[in-house]
Design a binder for this molecule. Structure first.
Ligand code: SRM
Ligand code: SF4
Length: 557
């Protein structure tokens, strides 16, 4: 591996002068809706992906037109928190420059889809004017740092949100390229600015950090390259943050038929105090920078670096770099990785309303006018908004006397799904997939309602309608909806066909296993039916589907 040639992306990064490349020239090249190939790689570090409408591909090919290119833009939004003013601005950007929808992602960010090249600069500038940026939302760097979605539940939750922003800032690339290209800042002549943490070629691959506050694992902390599990102590002033258990080497992406790639759960390596936390995080990042595979991008994530180095050697290297010895991990317990829907009261008497947004897509449709409804709420709301890592939304920090007016707007605009949907629908996730994702092999977001309807009919048939079964759909094995942690997961294989994975658990601590391959919907339901029947008849009180499948030996590792 040491002698293997560098992957092409490494050369692009090295020659990019701090992620500038020829992006400015590409943007000015009017005859095409696309960027030069190398620039599409650099664009990711600025928070955007070049895509084309896959629904229109064939038609345009027959018409001898270039694909219908457009750009997806993703924000960096540590902990998923934004103000009502920012919400209103983002809503307007989606309607003026995007496809009229806002998309909440599985990592607490907003995505805009359908921005055309001639609008890209104006859109990036408009997002920046809201005091939200898109730097490092994508690319071979640390991405958006996510944190438990209800950070105002106790003083510690607020502190944890503070950590998400601090870590995000600490690991933000230092290049001024973003400000030059999108905001017209004066250009840096000669040698580009140094990147003290990343170096000139950044990381071998994307890097993700999540912070969970037990007992809620609503960020799926074990799916991350680096997971921090907040450890709380009872102090003189009540509950306080003692520090974090550190988990490393999680990651879900895989490639069908390639056994050298696989989903992996992060392993807890010890406990760190707040004063040493940034040093340990930086040491994990720089160890991955120096030891990660830069020749094969499919094996470049931290999970493979750890497997190659061995966990013990990896931890020793991190401790050496950080100058910190990790203490033994402290006890913790997770009970759920879902959201808590409806109103919850915070420690300070403020209220938080967790809404269900199916697949995170906020749009005005016949069934619900979500975009208009949330705009109306943002106009009167005096707290803030919090995106959850389950693609849902919390209207947070509401005074008790303002709940009724929020409830009325929720009801008026059909945003009250959380009061009606069965538990399996409430917690289900689906990635974007078609028509924008270039890697999709099957539908996900657009298929979710149909699959849930069919699946719920089967649950109801077996008398299980009120039982939460964690369902996740991804359009390909990359796993953007974290399917490998679900009790029932469909992973796209080909149009209309999925691999069926079963056996995750409700706290996000167990990977599921491949149960059947390459099935269409009828065969998926047929495969699930006898299992649901057995579950209905043999389950122990309180037992959940994923746990039952293992106990009844219906799955094998
Ligand atoms: Fe993802 C690539 C969407 C969370 C693993 N992901 C993509 C791209 C950018 C496709 C591409 O490379 O061209 C998708 C854009 C689709 C579109 O049209 O918008 C995409 N990923 C998403 C989002 C929007 C899914 C969603 O429906 O919410 C999520 C954005 C999160 C964010 O705000 O940053 C998203 N992606 C994830 C997660 C879940 C997580 O991190 O909690 C994973 C699995 C965890 C992990 O990283 O291991 C994930 N996405 C991938 C991978 C596989 C990476 C790997 O290690 O193999 C790819 C493909 C790649 O990187 O080559 C990918
Ligand atoms: Fe695209 Fe695959 Fe991610 Fe779905 S899982 S958004 S299809 S890359």
């Amino acid at each position: 591996m040491a002698d293997a040639p560098l992957s092409p992306v490494e050369h692009i990064k090295a020659a990019s002068r701090g992620l500038r490349g020829t992006l400015e020239a590409s943007l000015a090249d009017a005859p095409t809706g696309a960027l030069a190939d190398d620039d599409t790689q650099l664009l990711k570090f600025h928070g955007s992906y070049q895509q084309d409408d896959r629904d229109l591909r064939e038609e345009r090919r027959l018409q001898k037109l270039e694909p219908a290119y457009s750009f997806m833009i993703r924000t960096r939004l540590p902990g998923g928190v934004c103000t009502p003013q920012q919400w209103l601005a983002l809503d307007e950007i989606a309607r003026v420059h995007g496809n009229g929808t806002l998309r909440l992602t599985t990592r607490q960010a907003f995505q805009f889809h359908g921005v055309v090249k001639r609008d890209l600069k104006a859109t990036m500038a408009a997002i920046n004017a809201t005091l939200i940026d898109t730097i490092a939302a994508c690319g071979d760097v640390n991405r958006n740092v996510i944190a438990s979605a209800n950070p105002v539940e106790s003083r510690v939750h607020a502190e944890v949100y503070g950590w998400a922003t601090r870590i995000s800032e600490h690991l933000r690339p230092r290049t001024r390229a973003y400000y030059e290209i999108w905001l017209g800042e004066e250009k840096v002549a000669g040698t580009p600015e140094a990147e003290p943490i990343y170096g000139p070629t950044y990381l071998p691959r994307k890097f993700k950090i999540a912070i969970a506050v037990p007992p809620h694992n609503d960020v799926d902390v074990f799916a991350h390259d680096l997971g921090l599990i907040a450890i709380l102590d009872e102090g003189p002033q009540g509950v306080q943050l003692a520090g974090f258990n550190v988990a490393v080497g999680g990651g879900l992406g895989a490639t069908h038929g390639d056994a050298t790639t696989y989903p992996r759960i992060a392993q807890v390596i010890g406990f760190v105090q707040p004063t040493d936390t940034l040093a340990v995080i930086e040491a994990v990042v720089t160890t991955q920078r120096d030891f990660g595979d830069r020749s094969n991008r499919k094996r470049a994530r931290l999970k493979y670096t750890i497997e190659t180095m061995g966990l013990e050697a990896f931890v020793a290297e991190v401790e050496r770099r950080a100058g910190v010895r990790l203490a033994p991990a402290r006890p913790y317990r997770f009970t759920t990785n879902g959201d808590r829907f409806g109103w919850t009261e915070g420690f300070d008497g403020r209220w938080h309303l967790n809404l269900r947004i199916p697949a995170g897509r906020i749009a005005d449709r016949d069934s619900a006018r979500q975009l208009s409804g949330l705009r109306a709420i943002a106009e009167v709301h005096r707290g803030d908004f919090r995106l959850t890592a389950n693609q849902n939304l919390v209207i947070a920090n509401v005074a008790a006397e303002e709940r009724a007016s929020i409830d009325a707007l929720v009801l008026d605009h059909g945003l009250d799904l959380y009061t009606r949907a069965p538990p399996s629908s409430l917690n289900a996730l689906a990635c974007v997939a078609l028509p924008t994702c270039p890697l999709a092999m099957a539908e996900a977001e657009r298929y979710l309602p149909d699959f849930l309807a069919a699946f719920e009919a089967r649950l109801a048939h077996h008398g299980l309608a009120q039982l939460p079964v964690l369902v996740r759909i991804s359009g390909c094995p990359n796993g953007c909806s974290r399917p490998y942690l679900a009790e029932v997961a469909l992973v796209g294989k080909a149009p209309g066909r999925y691999n069926l994975h079963l056996g995750g658990n409700a706290s996000g601590e167990r990977l599921n296993v491949l149960y059947r391959e390459n099935l269409a919907e009828a065969a998926i339901l047929e495969a699930l039916d006898p299992l649901l029947w057995q579950f209905a008849n043999e389950r122990r009180p309180g037992e959940l589907f994923g746990d039952f499948l293992w106990r009844a030996k219906l799955l094998s590792a």
